[in-house]
Design a protein around this ligand. Structure first.
Ligand code: HEM
Length: 520
């Protein structure tokens, strides 16, 4: 364009030249822009001093790739062995290996808040206790939910667990009586954990045990959804293009709206309407049992403004997602480890037999929580299984508060993400000993003081204000079913020495725990 005087303005001339260059060399321009952006991310960040994979220093691709591989827990162990205690795993994120640092990171009141990773877990429009990232809202919801999740309340749920144990034992007996050979104990423990939660949450069994299969592919659907959450959670903005995109629901195999578990939760919500003080607790059979949904409805009736109807649904429904794969994975790890080592298995069987003989545990029928606590070797094996194979395989990630913070002597700037992975933390040799990689239950029994110290650095249930709300239920369930299985049956691995197949979506979902089983 010409000026009044008929000459071209220098600015316009420059713009025209740049435009012409970009049009002619757009590939080169795009590549250069990406390189500059990557270099900026790599070098301008205060995290540049920390080592890590090259890809991770300028993009989140390393995290996406590692999560998609299903073995991110193992990747993180390798990373820390290679690079040391603080590793840069994304431009704005480091992973830490120090259990002391992790304790501070997860402590209540230190203001390390959840990252947007959690916002990807459904339903984003109505977060539950796990997915809520606003700390004040989370605290309100958790206060209400803490009541039905307390150990006292859980003890009242024992009859639900007992009923489910009976179904499991009937299936094992049928298997033995019909001489069916290899028994997929891992799958049945998975069905058991899901059915217990159906009973506990809605007074309804999902029927996995009774049918001996994944009815309606419900478990697969949850696992697929968790895989999506884990991967997309690494780049949460992508969720707007994918699951939060209105077109997503038209892709039938991706939508979870009609999944068995969601359908059941919705049916139960509808069946219990209208919520009122008289009937909220005692709905199913008039036998006085109060399930989780009933207790949450009571919480809602007490404070309808702060714990809304939608929260009742979200928390009860979320319990199935948070509590089933996690509990199943823990039991599978426990069984695999004790069966993989003949001396360990023999010690545990000896302990159970002696406990029956001296009346510590009953010879038949249910075993109570308190009775199971009197089996120290079994308890040590359980703790050790949760140490070497914690059920959560992905990182637990928190944001450093804006003013920055110190973790185990290292100062981190505000706004960066800090990741802690249980598989890494639980292998810390200073805390757990030079043989921390090994499954060795005796470490919990050798020295009481040391056992207490190790206990402080166990993260299988997370920590601080986000400590797992379902841990009492999970531990109760495990302590009721595991000693009873060990008392009544004898197991042998069908494929000795073959490790479990493990895929970390959020939880480490495991397969391959196949055994020969006979009556004790
Ligand atoms: C052995 C079984 C279980 C393990 C290993 C486990 C593990 C964990 C871990 C590590 C966290 C913290 C996650 C984080 O901060 O990112 C967590 C949180 C949570 N878990 Fe569990 N869990 C188990 C069973 C259950 C059960 C049975 C339920 C419910 C019925 C449950 C419900 C929850 C909820 C709602 C949260 C979020 C707590 C919060 O943020 O305040 N979990 N769990």
């Amino acid at each position: 364009m010409k000026t009044d005087a008929g000459t071209v303005s220098p600015t316009r001339a420059l713009a025209a030249t740049v435009f012409a260059f970009v049009s002619a060399h757009w590939v080169l321009t795009l590549v250069s822009a990406l390189v500059i952006r990557a270099a900026y991310k790599r070098y301008a960040s205060p995290l540049r001093k920390y080592p890590g994979p090259f890809l991770a220093s300028f993009s989140r691709l390393w995290m996406v790739k590692s999560t998609a591989s299903g073995r991110t827990h193992l990747d993180h162990i390798e990373l820390h062995r290679k690079y040391g205690p603080v590793v840069r795993i994304a431009p704005n994120e480091v992973s830490i290996a120090s259990p002391e640092a992790a304790r501070t990171l997860l402590s209540a009141g230190k203001r390390f808040f959840k990252t947007p990773f959690y916002g990807v877990f459904p339903p984003p429009e109505n977060p539950d206790i796990f997915t809520e990232t606003r700390e004040d809202v989370h605290a309100t919801k958790k206060r209400v939910a803490n009541v039905p999740y307390s150990m006292a309340a859980m003890q009242q749920l024992s009859p639900f667990i007992n009923d489910t144990i009976e179904v499991l034992f009937k299936k094992i007996d049928e298997h033995i009586d019909n001489r069916r050979g290899i028994f997929d104990l891992g799958a049945y423990l998975h069905y058991f954990a899901f059915d217990v939660l159906g009973e506990v949450a809605f007074s309804r069994s999902f029927g996995f045990l009774a049918e001996g299969r994944d009815v309606d592919n419900a478990i697969k659907t949850i696992d697929k959804s968790q895989t999506y959450n884990g991967i997309v959670g690494q780049v949460p903005e992508l969720d707007y293009l994918l699951r939060r995109n209105p077109l997503w629901q038209f892709i039938p195999w991706l939508s979870t709206k009609n999944a068995l578990i969601t359908r059941m939760a919705l049916e139960e919500m509808a069946r219990r309407q209208p919520f009122d003080k008289d009937n909220a607790g005692l709905l199913r059979t008039g036998d006085g049992r109060r399930d989780l949904m009933a207790s949450l409805i009571q919480g809602h009736l007490k404070d309808p403004e702060r714990f809304r109807e939608g929260d009742v649904f979200a928390v009860a429904h979320g319990a199935i997602f948070a509590g089933s794969d996690s509990t199943a994975s823990t039991m599978q790890s426990f069984f695999w480890h004790i069966l993989d080592s003949k001396p360990v298995y023999q010690s545990i069987v000896r302990e159970i037999e002696a406990a029956v003989k001296d009346g510590t545990i009953p010879a038949t029928g249910n075993i109570s929580w308190n009775e199971a606590q009197n089996l120290p070797y079994l308890q040590a094996c359980l703790k050790e299984a949760m140490r070497v194979r914690p059920a959560v395989g992905l990182n637990i990630t928190r944001l450093v508060p804006p003013e920055g913070a110190e973790l185990d002597g290292i100062r981190f700037p505000g706004g960066v993400s800090i990741a802690a992975n249980g598989w890494v933390l639980h292998r810390d040799r200073e805390t757990f000993g030079a043989d921390a990689d090994l499954f060795r239950p005796e470490r919990w029994l050798e020295d009481e003081e040391n056992a207490k110290r190790m206990e402080r650095y166990m993260f299988q249930f997370g920590g601080g204000s986000h400590l797992c709300i379902g841990r009492n239920l999970a531990l109760l369930e495990i302590n009721k079913v595991v000693p009873r299985l060990l008392r009544e049956y004898r197991f042998e691995l069908a494929h000795p020495g073959q490790p479990l197949r493990a895929n970390a979506s959020f939880f480490v979902v495991q397969e391959g725990l196949e055994v020969y089983v006979k009556r004790a």
